[in-house]
Design a protein around this ligand. Sequence first.
Ligand SMILES: *Cc1c(COP(=O)(O)O)cnc(C)c1O
Length: 394
Amino acid sequence: MPNHPVSKTYDSFIELVRRLFGEGNVSLHRPIFEGNEKQYLIDCIESNFVSSVGAKVAEFERRIAEFTGARHAVATVNGTAALHVALRLAGVQRGDEVISQALTFIATCNALSYAGAHPVFVDVDRDTMGMSPDALRRFLSEHAEVRDGGAWNKHTGRRIASCVPMHTFGLPCRIEEIAAICAEWGVALVEDAAESLGSYVAGRHTGNFGVFGTLSFNGNKIITTGGGGMIITNDELLARRAKHITTTAKIPHPYEFVHDEVGYNYRLPNLNAALGCAQMERLPWMLEVKQKIASQYRVFFESQGVQMATPLSRCQSNHWLNAIILADKAERDGFLAYTNDRGVMTRPIWCLMSELEMFRLCQHDGLENSRWLADRVVNIPSSVPDNAAKPADA
Ligand SMILES: *Cc1c(COP(=O)(O)O)cnc(C)c1O
């Protein structure tokens, strides 16, 4: 942070956070329940439909499909489960490889592992913090060959079945280029859009660029169902398959239990879907409020000469979590300690997946930008504030 004694910049940051979020401990992202959440939960309890059957699940799916512009949406118990099933239905089989990014939340790699896949990590772009199409193209050109309509890793002999980019903190990655590369190589594109509900590329909602997109409604996400996830797709047959295997693969029948394959109990309970319906009613308003917070942060950090993550042109971010990029690891550590000591929660970006014991031996491309970002990126408080002006219909 040039031109300023460090503590002066840090103090004015704390002042800004206090102005935006008030006194007391400020969290990074907390949920807000100010609409019909309570009423819809009561409706569920009074109707006795709290679990795996009930109208709220279908309504929540319909709302997500409508909002994202996807033809079909299938609710799941969480975002990890959504990604697990999406990978299986995209054709990932035990022993296949799946290309993803090392700079992501652990859920991405856990889902790959449940599907029996070997993760391969390519680098991210510094501006989007999401998968770099250049890195993906380079990796495929150097290590893969097309055979039998699919891509194969020449060194490991394994099939490269799928590619899973992630839209980090709601910033869309260069998904159009990634989609074109995947099409060229015959690799199924599955977008981990867990963080990007409300983020668009050229007017098209993230999660709509490949075979599947998956969302998460965990407690810290932009909207929450307590825990929950969603698979979105534009393929009707795949949507039907997704519904079938996430609901124990039961053949519909009024009273008999017949199942035609090994399925999963991944269905979202009606209670959680009720929360989701109420949250979706407020999502456009939340996006507006978060946009304003991001703008205020941007003005501040620009005046301080600090870099803030910004969506590419033609892209719209949901501003789920705002992120700044500090000069180096020492400055990052100083900022984290200073702010957390004063009750303002800030957090470094994730430890790279390639550094974790379970994924240490996975093939990767050097991950230069991922490492650079891992040392410097900090998330700052990004909730919808308690005192935010309510929507007109409130
Ligand atoms: C939140 C998240 C998920 C899904 O997490 P769940 O807690 O299982 O809903 C997946 N990928 C990323 C990148 C996430 O941030």
